[in-house]
Design a protein. Structure first.
Lengths: 274, 274
């Protein structure tokens, strides 16, 4: 998917919501556990219920891998389902990979050729040659970690170098040599508030993938005030507060309600800041 | 496995070799492709052939994931085989994971409870709460990226902060608050040569996992001169130069020869520097 196509979807749906599929077998409704593939059945129901209100899905690899081979099977089926039924949804494999060149090439093969996702999250610590192997296919994206939503983001990402440039700023600056805004996005946590201004000074045109609204406590209003650009430039992710909004038989309907609530807020934000 | 047990194995075998199982279906001998699970058959033969000469195995997750569900199955079978037949081998899942707390918990479950490896490689970019969930089980290890073997290590890891501390040094220093040398190792690339001295100033007692000898061009002599401590403190990994030393029917015997050659060199190094 191109950046322009993504922006078209955002305008059409008046939403920049990404639904995080952090599907934990321990948290899904009991009645699904009797089905052959409970994780897939849960995801399918969540996707069908939320698709009108979002433009992207982000399966979190950890939750599938923790179920071993069966988890991988559920993941492959989930992505195939979204691809087939909702081909305009942007699919982000949240994997936070990154390794030496030949290994990153293998990961790129996994997430783009096997899983057929549009994008993969990548950690920048190992530098250029760990990231560029993910950038060889047109319309396939890297979502690079820049300033994450967790407390540990303070440990290294905020460290300033001798020129006063903080590590997340260096990552933003340097990585622009690797790809344009048509193939690169950045993870910036919703909990970072006013720091979005600093991010936008370096990457005015890039899309940002923003986790941390909802369960982690970030403010959508603040993210939009400091982070929105003229093509929206934001994909705001919500996982737990949507998919586990209700844990009974009614889970999908309640998930749809939560997604719809966020869509209404996002529509307001688009009217206000776009 | 404890640090002491690992050191005992090193002394017994006079080797600190880790064999990297970067098993690529495109590179394994043709006659194996007729078997039901070629990747597993290849690994089994490599493990049987090299076990006398090494103390650790390091499957690289990328290579298995790129085969999707089937790849995960091959990986699970490989680790189970090593566990059962060679219980004193240390198994490192080379996965380079790291995410917010609840996600890292899921990854820990994957690599320790499902896969039953001893250790997992973790990227430090997201800080303390992305790493500590891997440290909750005794005798289960984190191998944290510090100074990697690739060219991209220059992009961020060498950046000095306002106190002159380089990022890899800060990672080494700060992460010692998260776990002791009994549960934490660090990745330091063999290509970093004399920088091992700087690493040892900060982490004199920790084991270092050292990739980059062989295909990537690092020198074993240099690694040992600057990196070995009184409990050896090194696991030197070699992948491609062992497992793909011969790509015909004789591959396992030739892999054993290559591993044995490295073991002889390592024995010399232990005599010289331990």
């Amino acid at each position: 998917m191109t950046k322009q196509q993504l922006f078209e979807q955002i305008k059409e749906k008046q939403s920049f919501l990404c639904v995080g599929l952090d599907t934990d077998i321990k948290k899904i409704p009991g009645h699904l556990l009797e089905t052959e593939d409970p994780i897939y059945e849960f995801n399918k129901a969540i996707v069908d219920a939320t698709a009108p209100y979002c433009v992207a899905y982000k399966p979190n690899l950890a939750f599938y891998e923790s179920e071993g081979t069966e988890g991988w099977m559920s993941l492959e089926k989930t992505v195939a389902y979204i691809r087939q039924r909702y081909p305009k949804q942007f699919i982000i494999a949240d994997a936070k990979r990154g390794d030496i060149g030949n290994t990153s090439e293998m990961y790129a093969r996994t997430f783009f050729d096997v899983l057929k996702s549009d994008a993969v999250t990548v950690a920048p610590y190992m530098g250029a040659d760990s990231v560029t192997p993910f950038l060889t296919q047109p319309e396939r994206w890297v979502v690079l970690l820049a300033l994450t939503s967790n407390k540990g983001s303070l440990d290294f990402q905020m460290t300033a170098d001798t020129n006063g440039e903080r590590l997340f700023e260096k990552v933003l600056r340097v990585s622009q040599q690797w790809a344009s805004a048509d193939q690169m996005m950045y993870v910036v946590g919703a909990t970072q508030g006013k720091l979005f201004e600093d991010v936008r000074k370096i990457v005015p045109d890039h899309f940002l993938l923003v986790p941390g609204v909802g369960a982690q406590g970030g403010s959508l209003e603040e993210v939009c005030r400091y982070g929105m650009n003229k093509e929206c430039g934001l994909l705001v992710n919500s996982s737990r507060s949507i998919i586990y909004a209700d844990q009974g038989e009614d889970f999908a309907r309640v998930a749809a309600q939560e997604a719809a609530k966020l869509q209404v807020e996002m529509k307001e934000m688009l009217n206000k800041y776009l």
